[in-house]
Each structure stands twice: as C-alpha cells, then as structure tokens.
Design a protein around this ligand. Structure first.
Ligand code: A2P
Length: 339
C-alpha cells in the first residue's frame, strides 16, 4: 500500500530533513504534498530527483492525506493539526503544542512504541523535544536494568534546533568576525552566539528554569511512563550547527557497574556506544550529524555516590531529535496496521 503524505513546514530545517528521511527510508509514498507559508509560494523542493512545488498551507491542504508531518511552529500546529485530523490525516507534530496533552501520545519508537495506538483520541501524535528524545533512548535500557531514580543533565545544543534562520545567523556572525573584521549582529538570539555559550533556551519560567529545561523534566516522565523519575536540566545553546550533546548524571535504585551499563547500551535499539577514551574515541556532534543513532560514551561510575553513573551522549537534533523520529512514528503506524 502507498500513502499520501503531507509535510507542513517543508521549507524549514526540520521539514527539509523530513523529506530526506522519507526518501532515505524509502517510505511507501503515493503522493507527497509539501506545505509552507505564503513566503514560499512557487518554491520547488526535490524528492527522489523529482521537483515538487510547495503549496501554501490552507483550507483543503489535508484533504485525502493519510499522514501529516508537522514542523511549522507551535502556532501553526495548534491551529492546523486538529483541522488536518478532522480531514482524516494522522498528524505527527514536531512542535511543543500538543506534547503534554493527556489525549496525545508522546512517542520515541525505541522507548514507548505501544503508545502510538493512543492517536485515535485526537488524531495527533506528538514528537518530543529534541534533547528529550536522545536522552530517553539512552535512559531506557539503564532504567530497565537498574531503575532510574534521578537524572541531572546539562545540554550543549546546536543552533539548528532554532531553525534555518539561526543557522544563517551563526554563519553570518562567524563571517563577520573572521572575514569582514566586523561586529557580529544578534537577531535570533538575545546575544551573539558565535564564540559564545548561552544558558538560555526558550523562555524563563517562574521557578527559575527555562521552558526547554522543564520540557525535559515533564516529557521524560511521560515517555518513560514512570512518574517517579526525577529530572533536573540546564539547557545551553552552543555555536554548533548540527548535533546536541548532553552530560548526564544518573542515580539508580540498584548499583550497576559502568561495564554493565555499556553492555546494556550496546544492545539497545537506536544507540551506538562510542567509548574508548584511550584511543580518543567519544561521541561528538560532527560524528553524530547526518545519522539517526544516538552516540553514547564516557560511561563511568560516579565517584560521588554509590549508585551513580555519568555519561555523555550526542545525536543529530534535526534527524533523531526531530525528522527521523517523526518518520519512525509514521512507520510504527503502518507496521501496527493503524493506517
Ligand atoms: P516558510 O519557509 O514559507 O516561512 P524553521 O523551523 O527552519 O524556521 O522552518 C519553519 C517552517 O515552518 C518553514 O517551512 C516555514 O515556511 C513554515 N511556516 C512558518 N509559519 C507558517 C505558517 N503560518 N503557515 C505555514 N507554514 C509556516
């Protein structure tokens, strides 16, 4: 069977990768509808060597569509996801708009694939936050083995997570500094990101955390389906284009050795252990970019507590953190006979 697929936000950083993931994974597509804003009217994008004209998202865009992949911002998702579902499509939404809705499943296929069945309530499945996805892929096998009680995570997040405009901004600032001897200008972020590090992603909340940090707290519990897991996060933007890195300190209920954790992770789906410090091998964004695996290394026993582990994980935030995870969810819908 072939499916009619729409990509809303097709001209964006994530939308573009969604098209590429559909192509690479040879998704069974009968018709591919590419949607964006008025700004992209008439633009053409390539899919399997074929030029497809971008259409302006509007009434009728989702008529006859089986699966709608959304990555066009929270506002667009809030307004259009229910309309797409009403038209008969199953929506897989990359924005934060629906993630914590109790009637919307939040799915990472390696962790809670069974949850997709919950799409029937609203016709919407949410794709988690990029930093959360790559973290839970690594936490799951450790939780199964030793029971995770608490995670303290610090992220080092790439600018592509903010969208195409942030990639252009970082490149422009680097060019200003190195090629034009000019002052770099900040528009997308409140400060210059080139040669800098910003401990500020999304808005600040009353409790002193940012919204991005609290997404990691709440989404982890929902995906892992265990309200006892406590998370504290510090989310930081770094001048990297593709690939989020995370330093995780994990407290477990049962003591496990670093070697036991390494063995469990080596067998886990979607994970690649890169942990050979003697040969200078550890996960890095440049190595993670362009693939769908989450790389994990620097796995060691915490010297400050008995039942503790420290590790370092890296994934391509636009691929596993967004586009690839969404396409995997669509594959689960097909494999489960849901569509
Ligand atoms: P456009 O390129 O026409 O502005 P990014 O996350 O890289 O910034 O991309 C955002 C994506 O969402 C783009 O494809 C953008 O289209 C699309 N988009 C933004 N606002 C709307 C809207 N109101 N209707 C449809 N698409 C939108």
């Amino acid at each position: 069977k072939q499916y009619r697929v729409a990509v809303a936000g097709a001209t964006g950083a994530v939308g573009n990768q969604m098209i590429q993931c559909l192509e690479e994974r040879d998704f069974p597509i009968g018709e591919l509808r590419l949607l964006a804003s008025e700004r992209s009217r008439g633009k053409r994008l390539k899919y399997k060597g074929e030029d497809i004209e971008v259409q302006v998202l509007g009434e009728g865009s989702f008529q006859g569509v089986d699966i709608a992949l959304f990555s066009a911002g929270g506002g667009t998702s809030l307004e259009w996801s229910p309309k797409a579902a009403q038209a008969g499509a199953v929506v897989i939404d990359n924005s934060a708009a629906w993630r914590m809705d109790p009637e919307v499943p939040l799915v990472v296929p390696e962790v809670n694939p069974h949850a997709v069945a919950g799409f029937k309530k609203k016709g919407i499945i949410a794709n988690p936050n990029c930093s959360t996805i790559q973290m839970v892929v690594v936490l799951k096998p450790i939780h199964d083995l030793a029971g995770i009680e608490r995670v303290v995570v610090s992220t080092y997040q790439a600018v592509s997570g903010t969208g195409q405009k942030a990639i252009v901004e970082l490149q422009g600032q680097l060019k200003a500094i190195y090629c034009q001897d000019a002052q770099p200008q900040a528009k997308v972020y409140p400060h210059v990101i080139a040669q800098n590090v910003l401990p500020h992603i999304d808005i600040f909340l009353d409790n002193g955390y940012t919204k991005e940090e609290m997404k990691m707290v709440h989404e982890t519990v929902k995906i892992m389906e265990d309200p006892t897991i406590k998370v504290s996060a510090t989310c930081v933007r770094v001048p990297v284009i593709y690939g989020h890195s995370e330093a995780c300190n994990i407290t477990t209920a049962r003591k496990i050795s670093a070697q036991q954790a390494r063995e469990a992770l080596a067998k886990a789906p979607g994970v690649k252990v890169v942990d050979d410090p003697a040969n200078k091998l550890y996960p890095m964004p440049l190595d993670a970019a362009g693939q769908d695996l989450t790389l994990v290394g620097r796995i060691r026993e915490d010297v400050s507590q008995e039942k503790g582990l420290d590790l370092w994980l890296v994934a391509d935030n636009i691929r596993k953190g967004a586009a690839a995870n969404a396409v995997q969810i669509a594959e689960l819908l097909i494999a489960g006979g849901h569509i």
